[in-house]
Design a protein around this ligand. Structure first.
Ligand SMILES: [Fe+2]
Ligand SMILES: [Fe+2]
Length: 446
């Protein structure tokens, strides 16, 4: 593989060079002008580059302009689409607008600084390369980077079994799309899935859905939940199965990830309802699967390396770094729509803009709030914004958690997603206060 690294900052160039040197022949330059000279040279020698990593912001001609220039030249030279150089944009800030602009101009991928080995392997594998993995042993005797990189390779070569959603979810969606669906039609579909129908009654009696009296029949549960909630609950039951494991250590992590996902789904649904969105059940399912990349990466890791401690922070960090892009590709392979894929891919990106999808805004907001409410990950970075702090990557479901109005209001006022959605912080707080106690109880009923 022949690689061109273009970055005006020496540190970034050196980092990228050191992480890719073993993957092929690397050339590193500090400006767009020098990059163009290298590209000309390569063309004259008829030995073109396979990959370019391109820093978005450089003085003079920036990364986006250079990207556009290269793509225009390739079109003029009539280079077939498959033979065009793969371009990976590298940005300093997680800005969706910039990334969308780069995608429009024809980039093949994007990463934010500081770029890690596993992220590079993930991006290059996604582009169809088979990058070599640098070996380095961690405490457990295997390299977490190498382990995760191996999973990525297997995933892209189709050797990893994808999670399967029971067909009941699709059948219910089709029924709901009908003009006049009734409870009897619903019962016919739900009855066929014993696992799901068996749990529906308990869930209809849980605090999130509870009415005045307990229900004790499937029909009673369906009437209580109504058509739309039944779809949501069945999606949640189907998703819950994916988080099952027979390995004790993994089960602990998976249970916590499930509670987190359920909390995000429930909060997102409720906030979307507040805004009058009409696709509440889809938003609920989006919340349930937003971290699906993390789920599969953890499961496959334990399958492949049963002796590894899955909750080890270094391993969790490696998984965290790629779970979004990995999750996006996974949902695509599972034939989810592009809205779902976007959510898996971008739910941790910090900067939104006016045309950001409302589903993405609401799920990202719910994701940041879930962690604030004791249903989430600690992902605070150190003051240089480069490294995760000691002990902050553990997924933690805090049973003792109590809502602190001032602390949550401070968090709410720092979230730009709230402004983009036009939500009032006090109103959001009252929603949180209302559903917070129900989330944990109901999540455990599944
Ligand atoms: Fe996530
Ligand atoms: Fe999350």
């Amino acid at each position: 593989m022949k690689i061109l690294i273009v970055d005006d900052e020496e540190i970034s160039r050196t980092i990228l060079f050191s992480k890719m040197a073993h993957m092929g022949t690397c050339v590193a330059v500090n400006s767009a002008k020098a990059a163009l000279a290298e590209l000309d040279k390569a063309q004259t020698k008829k030995h073109p580059f396979d990959v370019i990593t391109l820093d978005v912001s450089m003085p003079g001609m920036g990364g986006q302009e250079l990207l556009e220039h290269i793509r225009k030249k390739e079109a003029l030279d009539k280079i077939p689409k498959n033979d065009r150089v793969k371009i990976l944009m590298i940005t300093a800030r997680m800005n969706l607008g910039t990334i969308n602009a780069c995608i429009k101009r024809g980039c093949n991928g994007y990463l934010t600084k500081p770029v890690t080995q596993v992220q590079l392997i993930q991006s290059l594998s996604q582009m169809g390369f088979e990058p070599a993995i640098a070996e380095k042993n961690d405490q457990a005797g295997i390299s977490y980077n190498a382990g995760v990189a191996e999973i990525i390779k297997r995933f892209y070569s189709g050797k990893i079994r994808l999670p399967v959603f029971p067909s009941i979810v699709k059948e219910l969606e089709a029924l709901l799309a009908d003009k006049d669906p009734c409870v009897d039609d619903l019962a016919k579909i739900v009855e066929k899935d014993l696992l799901i129908s068996g749990k529906l009654i308990a869930i209809a009696n849980s605090s999130l859905y509870k009415g005045l009296d307990d229900v004790d029949s499937l029909n009673g549960a369906l009437v209580r939940l109504g058509l739309k909630h039944t779809l949501g609950v069945c999606s949640a039951l189907a998703t819950r199965n994916l988080f099952d494991s027979e390995n004790d250590a993994l089960k602990t992590e998976m249970d916590a990830l499930w509670v987190h996902s359920f909390a995000v789904a429930t909060l997102a649904r409720r906030l979307a309802q507040e805004k009058g969105f009409d696709n509440l059940e889809s938003i609920f399912l989006m919340g349930l699967v937003h971290d699906i990349g993390k789920m599969l990466l953890m499961k496959v890791f334990v399958d492949m390396y049963p002796d590894v401690c899955i909750s080890d922070k270094d391993l969790q960090l490696v998984i965290h770094e790629i779970h979004t892009t990995f999750g996006g590709v996974l949902l695509k392979k599972m034939h989810f729509s592009k809205h779902f894929i976007k959510i898996a891919e971008f739910h941790h990106w910090e900067q939104s803009e006016d045309n950001t999808d409302k589903e993405l805004l609401v799920v990202s907001l719910a994701d940041s709030l879930a962690s604030e409410l004791g249903f989430g990950f600690f992902s605070k970075k150190d003051e240089n914004n480069t490294k995760f702090e000691e002990g902050d990557l553990y997924l933690e479901i805090n049973d003792e958690f109590e809502l602190d109005h001032d602390k949550i209001m401070a968090k709410l006022s720092s979230l730009s997603t709230l402004n983009f959605l036009g939500l009032d912080p006090e109103k959001v707080f009252s929603i949180i206060a209302q559903i917070h106690p129900m989330i944990k109880e109901t999540s455990r009923a599944f």
